[in-house]
Design a protein around this ligand. Structure first.
Ligand code: VAH
Length: 314
């Protein structure tokens, strides 16, 4: 069986739905620290688990014969700058707990998300390679960089099958992101429909690597289903889809909503965004496990506006 820790989060919500559709509702136990997403809580097996509590995770895995864990709980970049030690505590200890369970052979396989936040201002900004300088300047980025080192260490030393991708900013319409620097790219679609206007907290030419949720979920499942012998990276794979600026995404929205008004008021998150790359080289993922994105910016905007128009008209 499968356990998703942090199932109520932006990615966790859609990962739960996708894994249940693929493997069966009762095969996937969703868990989170609270029941904030009632639809998800009522859609299948759900347990309240604090990702910082080893015994809670251990007992759930034993009682439910869990063999695969997706660890999706974390404090993201913006929140991590406000609460650095809480971010270190949650992001690192949850990973140590799950790696320990795999070392003890209680579970067989782990998915753990990394992020483009592992890169910093000294990293090549364009077509950032799989192997490159990683000097992150956010607490969140530090936890992801160190987490990658631990994943590779547990794989090489204990044979733990832990797999990971460096997610770019993820855009979706089902569950809101929480505390990220790329959240503008989700908020803008909601505001375009409700207010026909949006004030971006990043400047108009801030180009960042982004990905539509459907592509992110497909990448996650494709990596987890790949034969281990095909994999050459046991830290975390670069994955990429599209890169765009707030100005460019606003232009695709304005094609659908002609009187859409965009303003720019950069805040503390501008410095975080400036420390990250503009585009990512994901050729290793494409070679090792046939990664391929499906959504370009135009198609993503169409999906986002169609679904959010329906959501807000209800
Ligand atoms: C964040 N959405 O903004 C997350 C992600 C690369 C961005 O890590 O912190």
């Amino acid at each position: 069986k499968i356990l998703i820790i942090g199932a109520c989060g932006q990615i966790g919500t859609e990962l739960t739905t996708a894994l249940r559709a693929k493997y069966g509702v009762d095969t996937v136990i969703a868990s989170d620290i609270n029941t904030r997403n009632l639809d998800l809580v009522n859609s299948g097996p759900f347990e309240i688990i604090d990702a910082k509590n080893y015994n809670a995770i251990h007992d759930c895995c034993i009682q439910n014969n869990i063999k695969t864990v997706y660890l999706m709980a974390a404090l993201l970049s913006a929140t991590g700058e406000k609460y650095p030690m809480e971010a270190w505590d949650l992001n690192m200890n949850s990973l140590f707990h799950v790696l320990k369970l795999a070392r003890l052979k209680v579970i067989d396989k782990i998915f753990w998300p990394s992020s483009i936040a592992v890169f910093g201002p000294t990293t090549p900004q364009q077509n950032t390679p799989q192997h490159t300088i990683c000097e992150p300047t956010t607490v969140y980025g530090i936890t992801k960089q160190v987490g990658e080192r631990w994943c590779e260490y547990y794989h090489d030393k204990y044979g733990v099958d832990v797999r990971s991708v460096r997610y770019p900013g993820i855009i979706s319409h089902k569950a809101m992101p929480g505390g990220g620097t790329t959240d503008y790219a989700v908020e803008i679609y909601h505001k375009a429909i409700t207010d026909k206007a949006y004030t971006s907290f990043l400047s108009e030419d801030t180009e960042l690597p982004m990905m539509f949720m459907e592509d992110a979920i497909n990448a996650t499942i494709k990596l987890m289903e790949a034969p281990a012998e095909n994999l050459s990276i046991w830290s975390s794979y670069n994955v990429a889809a599209i890169s765009f600026t707030p100005k460019e995404v606003a232009e695709t929205i304005a094609k659908e909503i002609p009187d859409f008004k965009m303003n720019y008021e950069p805040d503390f998150r501008q410095a975080i965004a400036d420390s990250w790359p503009s585009s990512i080289d994901d050729s290793v993922a494409r070679k090792d496990w046939n990664w391929e994105h499906q959504f370009d910016l135009k198609k993503m905007t169409q999906e986002m506006l169609d679904n959010l128009k329906a959501k807000y008209s209800v």
